[in-house]
Structure formats: C-alpha cells, structure tokens
Design a binder for this molecule. Structure first.
Ligand SMILES: CC(C)(COP(=O)(O)OP(=O)(O)OC[C@H]1O[C@@H](n2cnc3c(N)ncnc32)[C@H](O)[C@@H]1OP(=O)(O)O)[C@@H](O)C(=O)NCCC(=O)NCCS
Length: 366
C-alpha cells in the first residue's frame, strides 16, 4: 500500500506562462510511460498495442496544450513518478453546458488496487461540481473490470454499443455507456482525500505571517507576478497583516488540514484621501492549491467583505502575461481598463502591467 502522504493528485496547471518547456516535456514523458503501460496491459484507451513511446508522447503533448475551457487533466504522482491520470472533457456546445465526459482514466499496473482511481474520480467530480457540470458520462469496454468500478462509484449503465472498438487481438468489442448525475452541481463535495478536502477561509492574524511568507516568497524569487525582488521576512509580513487589519481592510487566508494554502487581501489603491473608496485586491496560492476553485472562493469572500465596508470600486493590477490571474479576475466580473507598458523591470526585462476593475456599486452615489 502506498503511503497516502506520498501520493499527490493535482490538476494539471502547467500550460500557463509559468511552465517551462522542460517541465512540460517531463510531464508528457511521464504520462507517455503510463499510457504505454496501460495499452500494453490491454486497456481500451483509443490505441492499439504495441504503442510506441513517440506516439504516446505526441498524444500527451497535444493534450497538455488543450485549453482548460475544453479539457481538464489530473495527475497522480507517487515516489517521483506519474502513477495515474484522468481527463474531463467539457462540452462546449451552447446547450451542453451541464455535461462533461470522463476520459482516459488509467493507473499504472504497479499501483493498482490501492484506491488511486477512486481518488482521481473524486477530484474529477469535485471540480465538475464547481464548474456547474451536473452530468458526467463515460464509456468503457463492456465486460471489463472497469464496469464494476464505475457502478460502485454510483454510475448508471445505459446500455451497450456493439462493435465499438477493437481489443488488442483486433476483434471488435462492444462498449458500455455510463452516466452519473452530480445533483448538487456548484457545491464542492466534502471528500476524504487531502486533495479534495474542503478549504476553510478565515481572517488572517499576525501568527499566519510565516506560512504567508512561505507562499509569497517563491513568487518574489522566481516570477514577475510580483514586482518585489527581495523576499519578505516573517516579521515584515506580520507587520503588513497587522497594518491591513488595523486599517479596517480584509486579509483572508484559506486552510486545508491545518495547512495554509492561499490568501487574498485588500490594500488602498492610492493614499490621497479622495481615493478612499477605491481598493486594490491581491491573491496568492500555494502551487498545489491552484485550479481547485480556491482563488475564486477567496476572491468571492474578499469581495463580499469589501462590499460590507463600503468599497466602491476594486482594482487588480496584473503583470502580463498571467493567464490564470486574468481568467480569475474576469470570472469574478472584473473588466480590463488599462495596460501600462514597460513599467516593471525584473530579471533583466521590461514588464507591462494590465489593470482590471470591478465596480461594487456601494459607497456614496453621485
Ligand atoms: C491566479 C490564481 C490565484 C488563480 O487561482 P485558482 O484557484 O487557480 O483559480 P480558480 O481555480 O478559482 O480558477 C478561476 C478561473 O480561472 C481559470 N484559470 C485558472 N488558472 C488558469 C490557467 N493557468 N490557465 C487558464 N485558465 C485558468 C479557471 O479555469 C477558472 O475559470 P472557470 O471556473 O471558468 O473554469 C493562482 O493561479 C495563483 O495563485 N497564481 C500565482 C499568483 C498570482 O498570479 N496572483 C495574482 C497576481 S495578479
């Protein structure tokens, strides 16, 4: 049995601006080895054995480049290897926004029978709910062991389509179609795994400074997301938190299993008094907490607090490019209002900053 602490199931987030070509190639290589193992073992995954590593690698390169609006991917890692994966294909048709297809669930032959597939499926269902997808469906070779697995997870068998795909011997085999209604789409389901356990959002205190600095400082050192260039000490971070709270502004943190996973806070947009109804919002997550809806949840809570304190308008400044941050701000209703060119200089290059703004319709009226 694997040690639960060593198994990590993460949504794939690499196809953004921060992933290096080397990271992407390593991920595609690990997934290719997994796919070759599964196809070699007779799994019906769209390929015929023998599957070459090159073909498998090419397949994963195209999957990793698919926009998240169309396809979500989860990767299970243990002992430094990729040991499982699953995909969720989001129907893009105007009338199909309630459904998504579960595809290419696979666990390496050395790691089967240990609940990894069930944990991957829990991650899929949790995210599907967050995305408002109330219906999941899938197909699997009729008569295969996977049928019992999906039934045990509550999927209903619709029927079979004959002669659907060839097995490794070249014979045509039927496929069985399954579906599951998630029912409470939009509400994250509490789950038992660390990766899918719910987050708790609360107000920060100075004692959170070390954990917050641990999340923030890698962005200082390795990215242009923030224009700070020197890591922030725990004492300085504690001062920032205390100053923010003392000014009556919110600083929220998100925890899971007692570990701080992310934070969001508001700051004055500018110091002069007539700017007093305008605030700036910021959010930072630990890398393993990305793409789980946490950024959205933190921002929703932050915006609710900003309305309560009478903030009229909120501004997000984004060093460009930053696909994830732009997507998050626009999802929450912020609209792009400006782009200043070459205002930052970090890692020996110029950086533009875009500004996104959301009117909260509170505060004094004209
Ligand atoms: C920006 C950040 C907070 C987003 O948090 P998150 O929890 O990953 O975001 P969510 O899961 O709530 O996703 C919000 C939306 O953005 C989209 N999104 C998130 N990351 C994305 C990415 N890398 N590429 C494309 N879209 C992305 C999601 O699809 C989602 O939209 P949907 O619900 O319509 O599918 C997180 O990536 C982060 O901490 N980044 C580093 C710090 C940073 O950039 N902070 C902002 C400084 S301006």
């Amino acid at each position: 049995m694997y040690d639960r602490a060593t198994l990590h199931i993460e949504p794939f987030t690499g196809a953004d601006d921060t992933a290096t070509a080397k990271d992407m190639a390593a991920t595609a290589k690990g997934l290719a080895a997994l796919l070759c193992d599964a196809v070699q073992g007779g799994a019906s995954l769209g390929f015929m054995p023998p599957l070459s590593t090159d073909t498998a690698y090419g397949y994963w390169q195209s999957i990793l480049a698919t926009p998240p609006a169309e396809l979500r991917l989860w990767i299970a890692r243990a002992e430094g290897r990729i040991v499982g994966t699953v995909q969720l294909s989001l129907c893009g048709r105007a009338n199909g926004d309630n459904r998504a297809e579960v595809q290419k669930l696979m666990v390496h032959s050395d790691w089967r029978g240990q609940g990894i597939a069930a944990r991957l499926m829990a991650a899929v269902e949790n995210q599907a709910r967050r995305l408002g997808r109330g219906l999941l469906y899938l197909d699997t070779e009729a008569g295969s062991g996977a049928e019992g697995f999906y039934s045990a997870l509550g999927y209903s068998r619709v029927g079979e389509i004959p002669d659907f795909a060839r097995n490794p011997d070249g014979q045509l085999r039927p496929t069985a179609i399954y579906f599951k209604r998630l029912g409470d789409a939009g509400t994250p389901r509490p789950a038992d795994s660390a990766e899918t356990a719910p987050f708790t959002i609360r107000s920060a205190c100075a004692a959170d400074a070390a954990a917050i600095a641990a999340i923030y400082n890698p962005y200082v050192l390795d990215s242009v997301i923030t224009f700070e260039e020197t890591p922030v000490s725990v004492a300085a971070m504690a001062d920032r938190i205390s100053d923010t709270l003392a000014a009556g502004l919110p600083w929220l943190v998100a925890e899971r299993d007692g570990q701080l996973q992310g934070y969001a806070y508001a700051a004055k947009w500018r110091a002069r008094s007539a700017y007093r109804y305008a605030l700036e919002s910021s959010v930072y997550l630990a890398p393993t907490a990305k793409r789980l809806g946490l950024g959205s949840e933190l921002y929703r809570c932050l915006l609710a607090r900003l309305r309560e304190i009478g903030c009229h308008t909120v501004i997000g400044g984004i060093a460009l490019p930053n696909t994830a941050s732009v997507a998050l701000h626009e999802k929450l209703g912020y609209r792009r209002v400006a782009r200043f060119e070459q205002v930052g200089y970090k890692f020996e290059r110029w950086i533009d900053v875009g500004y996104w703004q959301l009117h909260l319709d509170v505060g004094p009226q004209d």
